[in-house]
Design a protein around this ligand. Structure first.
Ligand code: GDP
Length: 173
């Protein structure tokens, strides 16, 4: 049984191809800011945010790949102990959509089955979309993941992603 005063910390990994908005999402959620280019100034492994969810105080640690995804060199340390996952692709980047299955597999190989959300980011750019909503639905179903549409830029659904994951993690604890 869980101790009432024990703090719950949840490590969340955010994976996907470069430039889909992973760092922006972490920054938005933890700091409430959005900028076009800040990556080089982050220089940390993760940012965190404390939230209350289902009556529990939870500390979410959101891990950033810090650009390493470009070299396919994300280390085991990045995945180690992750309890939840965001699989992110961009509305305007076909390759990022097609890479989702392989990202899912990488996470699964390291972490097993953990609560996961498939996130289609940059929905503010829907007029430039290169993915068909039906194929996105199909992929989510095939992966057995909840699908969410976000705009980190316009702050749409970002909180919902992390609230959903937190809630799912708490159920499993
Ligand atoms: P990462 O490589 O996946 O971490 O991607 P970044 O967070 O560095 O974002 C890549 C670029 O996409 C940056 O210029 C961001 O400002 C931009 N970006 C991130 N999210 C959104 C979004 O929801 N809408 C739009 N239009 N641009 C975004």
């Amino acid at each position: 049984m869980r101790e009432e005063d024990l703090e719950i910390a949840i490590k969340v990994v955010i994976v996907g191809n470069g430039a889909v908005g992973k760092s922006s999402m972490i920054q938005r959620y933890c700091k409430g800011t959005f900028t076009k280019d800040y990556k080089k100034t982050i220089g940390v492994d993760f940012l965190e945010r404390q939230i209350e969810c289902d009556g529990e105080e939870v500390r979410l640690m959101l891990w950033d790949t810090a650009g390493q995804e470009e070299f396919d060199a994300i280390t085991k340390a990045y995945y180690r102990g992750a309890q939840a996952c965001v699989l992110a692709f961009s509305t305007t980047d076909r390759d990022s959509f097609e890479a989702i299955q392989s990202w899912k597999k990488k996470v699964e190989d390291e972490c097993g089955e953990i609560p996961t959300v498939l996130v289609q980011n940059k929905i503010d750019l829907l007029e430039q979309t290169v993915v068909d909503p039906e194929e996105v639905d199909l992929l989510a179903r095939a992966l057995g993941c909840r699908l969410m549409h976000t705009s980190v830029k316009e702050d749409v659904n970002v909180n919902a992603v992390f609230r959903f994951l937190t809630s799912r993690c708490l159920i499993e604890m």
